[in-house]
Design a protein around this ligand. Structure first.
Ligand code: SAH
Ligand code: SF4
Length: 378
């Protein structure tokens, strides 16, 4: 372990960065493709496994570089197929990760930062404050852990993770370069080869970063709106005070225009009882959503201690959804399986870290998870 930190972790280099790496070593660029495939398609963790690379080059690589993956602290597989992990990163910080199967899809929710600086009022990650950005290798490491949980990598087998969403801890657009490189690897045919429609960056609305993304990526986008007007959004999502709704939606449209296919934005809307879940909010939201091609994903608030918010009743959720559907807005409700799965934002880590009785209860729930309440939509 002594010299490890000074070595380059090749897991974190985008395809073009890896080409540059070999260039600078005086090696041919096609080596980058070979190494990419070994690492990301065959799951190699050492250069010794790379049999189409000469022994001399493997030795040289081992001197300069390594392939380092984060360590699994906790791994839970529940009966309905949901998998969850707590993963320790370099320096000891932990992040959470969830894989949710749904028919022939399996969606992995990854983190981009430890903590978050944006302090949305209903988010437990925000409450923890900002610790640090994750490196590209740490983000890609999350995907590797999830794929490997199904057994050794098999490049010819079925895809084990079909979708990735950046909806774990952190604001991905505030860790721009590392998230960009990670998404490039996820979508590269020599690496994970996921469809650009199935890799989704979720943002609370960092408008300048969204504009920067236009020129360099065609990843899919989810935007966390949570309120139909600026007065309310200012309170829930403080970054709205800098980039209000109209500016955010204009940036969304610029992003969609920059893509060379027809796509829409996923609008996320966390429903909180008595705060943003009333029929008048729904009606106001309809008007706002007319301004951008989008689908709406309603997320019933996921409670955590001292949050000050509550999840709305099923009746209120259904009524809100119906108003949207009546206005022809494609709307889904994100369902948790039991109450534990939607550890979307720092909750799993919080519970493990504080080792309270609640965390014991949590672990029990994961193991005994009931098969009811599974449907993704209402
Ligand atoms: N920072 C990014 C991505 C991570 S948060 C963003 O804000 O979009 C992923 C999603 O989970 C966001 O829509 C966020 O608002 C939502 N979320 C956060 N805390 C939640 C909670 N307690 N209950 C339900 N959804 C929550
Ligand atoms: Fe950060 Fe997203 Fe949580 Fe807001 S909702 S504090 S942007 S992680």
């Amino acid at each position: 372990m002594t010299d490890a930190p000074s070595k380059v972790n090749l897991l974190g280099l985008s395809p073009s960065q890896l080409e540059q790496f070999f260039d600078e070593m005086g090696e041919k660029r096609f080596r980058a493709t070979q190494v990419l495939k070994w690492m990301h398609q065959y799951g190699a963790s050492s250069f010794d496994e790379m049999t189409n690379i000469s022994k001399a080059l493997r030795a040289k690589l081992a001197e300069m570089a390594d392939i380092r993956e984060p360590e699994i602290v906790l791994e839970k597989f529940s009966k309905d197929g949901t998998r969850k992990w707590v993963i320790r990163m370099d320096g000891g910080s932990a992040i959470e990760m969830v894989l949710i199967p749904e028919g022939d899809r399996a969606t992995l929710c990854v983190s981009s930062q430890v903590g978050c600086s944006l302090d949305c009022s209903f988010c437990s990650t925000g409450k923890q404050g900002f610790n640090r950005d994750l490196s590209t290798a740490e983000i890609i490491g999350q995907l590797r852990v999830a794929i490997r949980s199904f057994g050794p990598f098999d490049p010819n087998g079925d895809r084990r993770v079909t979708n990735v969403v950046f909806m774990g801890m952190g604001e991905p657009l505030l860790n721009f370069d590392n998230v960009l490189a990670a998404t490039q690897l996820m979508m590269d045919d020599n690496a994970y080869g996921l469809s650009k429609r199935r890799v989704t960056v979720s943002t609370s609305g960092v408008v300048p970063a969204l504009d920067k993304l236009c020129n360099v990526s065609d990843v899919s986008l989810a935007v966390s709106l949570h309120a139909p007007n600026d007065a309310l959004r200012d309170q829930l999502v403080p970054i709205n005070r800098r980039y209000p709704i109209a500016e955010l939606l204009a940036a969304c449209n610029r992003y969609l225009d920059s893509l060379n296919d027809k796509r829409s934005i996923t609008i996320e809307y966390t429903l909180m009882a008595g705060v943003n879940d009333q029929p008048e909010h729904a009606r106001e939201l309809v008007k706002v959503l007319r301004k951008v091609p989008c689908k709406l994903n309603l997320i019933p608030f996921n409670p955590f201690p001292n949050s000050g918010y509550e999840r709305p009743s099923e009746k209120a959720i259904a009524a809100f959804k119906q108003i949207m559907l009546n206005s022809n807005i494609i709307t889904t409700v994100r369902r948790t399986r039991g109450d534990d799965v939607d550890a979307a934002c720092g909750q799993l880590v919080g519970q493990v870290a504080d080792r309270t009785r609640r965390s014991q209860k949590y672990i029990a729930v994961v193991q005994e998870e009931p098969v009811q309440g599974k449907s993704q939509t209402l």
